[in-house]
Write a protein that binds this ligand. Structure first.
Ligand code: GZL
Length: 348
């Protein structure tokens, strides 16, 4: 018998609930205490419904969300968006913070399955290793929505992906840099979490443009794990080496690593934004502040406010609508020329 989907489980729960009421009423009638017939409709709101069971739409929706962690301002804004939107919609959100560990995410998803949540959503910390647990969710009839980062699994293991085009983000960063430098740059790259979709694809996009600009070279590349602290630490160490003296551009896969590196550049007695141009991705408020101070030159936006589109997608699934496999949230490019004007508009 195929596993029940959430609607199946909802009507099963309602049917079971109705059965218990029916049995109770039958006992009461037999005892000459009850009256009239009980509704056997399975469609709430249909004629004859006694109203004895909540219509599916009255049942609180239960969604399990496995979040990566709290590594950056982007992630904090992303978590806030998911939690506040769930609260605004009266959704029972079971939220877990994996502290950057894939094992913790897999454990959380298994727990959601055991709890028979109606939907599972998650942002996979890395691309690989998700097949078995997503197969378990499928076998349990629980739809999965992927938010932010994509896993490397067959597309039938999730209903839809909602997030950015990271390759495009890397290309936009490099295109801005090519214009700014006339196609000549000796670049240090701070990469995101090894194995993660944003780190893999932002690098891929950036290098797509470098392939067309032979005067732009990545002379150094190391992970800063998407955190300010690690970004500062890696840049500090680089600037103490001979190669550090050759660098005139920093490309960071996110603003937090760029902001940490900016501190290291200043502490090394150099001017970030001038001696070393700084280009990054996310578009968080602090990046705009750094641009108004002339310390950061360009940030490519990556919208973290994914709560509304996530729960809109779940609503569409509940209504039986078909969703596209990918919903790409558009990004913008913001540089020092527009930072002061744009800063008051920033929502995260
Ligand atoms: C991008 C997101 C990345 C951000 C980082 O969608 O997965 O993870 O760029 C965050 O700031 O840590």
């Amino acid at each position: 018998m195929p596993a029940l989907g959430p609607e199946g489980r909802e009507s099963m729960k309602i049917t079971m609930h109705r059965w218990s009421i029916g049995a109770a009423l039958a006992l009461l009638i037999a005892a000459g205490c009850g009256s009239g017939s009980t509704s056997t409709t399975t469609e709430p709101g249909a004629a004859g419904t006694t109203g004895t069971t909540p219509a599916p739409s009255d049942k609180k929706l239960v969604v399990g969300f496995s979040q990566i962690g709290a590594e950056s301002a982007w992630r904090t804004a992303n978590t806030e968006s998911i939690k506040s939107e769930a609260a605004a919609r009266g959704i029972d959100l079971k939220f877990s913070d994996a502290q950057q560990k894939q094992d913790n995410q897999i454990k959380s998803i298994k727990t959601f399955i055991a709890q028979k949540v109606d939907y599972i959503a998650f942002s996979p910390v890395v691309e690989t290793g998700w097949g078995p647990v997503l197969q378990e969710a499928k076998a349990a009839g629980i739809p999965v929505i992927v938010s932010d980062r994509r896993p490397d699994v067959p597309e039938d293991l999730y209903v839809t992906f909602i997030g950015a085009d990271f390759i495009k983000e890397g290309e936009m960063a490099a295109e801005w840099l090519a214009k700014k430098t006339g196609g000549k740059a000796v670049i240090a790259e701070l990469t995101g979490t090894p194995g993660s979709a944003p780190a893999n694809d932002r690098k891929k996009g950036f290098e797509n443009i470098l392939a067309k600009n032979p005067g732009m070279k990545i002379a150094f590349s190391q992970t800063g794990e998407f955190t300010r602290a690690k970004g500062k630490e890696v840049m500090e160490a680089l600037l103490k080496t001979p190669k550090g003296a050759e660098i005139n551009v920093l490309f960071a896969h996110n603003d937090d690593m760029a902001l940490g590196a900016i501190q290291a550049i200043e502490e090394a007695g150099k001017k970030p934004g001038k001696d070393i141009l700084v280009v990054s991705i996310d578009g968080v408020k602090d990046a705009f502040v750094a641009m108004t101070e002339g310390k950061l030159n360009c940030t490519v936006e990556c919208n973290p406010l994914l709560g509304p589109p996530l729960f809109d997608a779940i609503e569409k699934i509940r209504k039986g609508e078909t969703l596209p496999k990918r919903t790409i949230i558009p990004d913008g490019v913001f540089d020092e020329a527009v930072a002061a004007k744009e800063l008051p508009n920033r929502k995260y």
